[in-house]
Design a protein around this ligand. Structure first.
Ligand SMILES: [Zn+2]
Length: 198
């Protein structure tokens, strides 16, 4: 039972409270113990050092760690005391991430007209069975999108500057099943979860 609790995930924030990682409770407690992290209470945003945290009794019904002489509360969120790394990007298939992958650049003519002048183009048009996937969606400027219309690049006599691929960014969460409700206060749902309609 203790081992299982120690393997629960803890959200790790950098000093600016941006999520950078997910660690096991065991690792989070080690960081707390050696003062490289503090626990953040997601309910009131209070921060706790090891000394403060270890004096708190677990609340009724919440998971705890049974140590030799005490019961320890299980941290859900910790913040690193000396760490400025920026958050790792996730590869969720979202509008934002397509813009990022394609560097705000039209993948046909190479212009960078600014976000509002860019559209998401289905390389093989949906009308011809094209899917909304990393490998079939690219940024296109309004002019290129209009010119291409409901045709493939070949049909339109246009050429992609490079083949679209799924970006190789390290996802923050390996699986949504490890997410904990209180994390949503620190991780924008819109940012992480928006998936484009198929
Ligand atoms: Zn263009």
């Amino acid at each position: 039972m203790v081992a299982k609790v120690l393997q629960r995930p803890t959200l790790v924030l950098n000093r600016n409270w941006q999520p950078v990682n997910v660690a096991t409770v065991e690792r989070a407690l080690t960081m707390l113990w050696n003062e490289s992290a503090r626990v953040v209470d997601p309910h009131d945003y209070q921060m706790y050092s090891w000394g403060d945290w270890s004096r708190l009794a677990p609340r009724e019904g919440e998971p705890f760690i049974q140590a030799i002489r005490m019961r320890l509360r299980v941290p859900e969120v910790v913040t690193l005391t000396d760490y400025d790394r920026q958050p790792a990007a996730v590869v969720s298939f979202s509008r934002r991430n397509i813009f990022k992958r394609d560097h705000y650049t039209c993948q046909y003519c190479g212009v960078q007209p600014g976000g509002e002048e860019l559209t998401i183009d289905h390389v093989v048009p949906r009308a011809q069975g094209g899917t909304s996937t990393w490998t079939n969606c690219v940024l296109a400027c309004v002019a290129c999108n209009k010119r291409k219309a409901d045709r493939t690049p070949d049909q339109a006599g246009m050429r992609l500057r490079k083949q679209p691929i799924r970006p190789n960014w390290k996802p923050l969460y390996a699986s949504p099943s490890v997410r904990i409700a209180s994390w949503s206060k620190f991780v924008s749902e819109a940012y992480w979860n928006v998936t484009l309609e198929g």
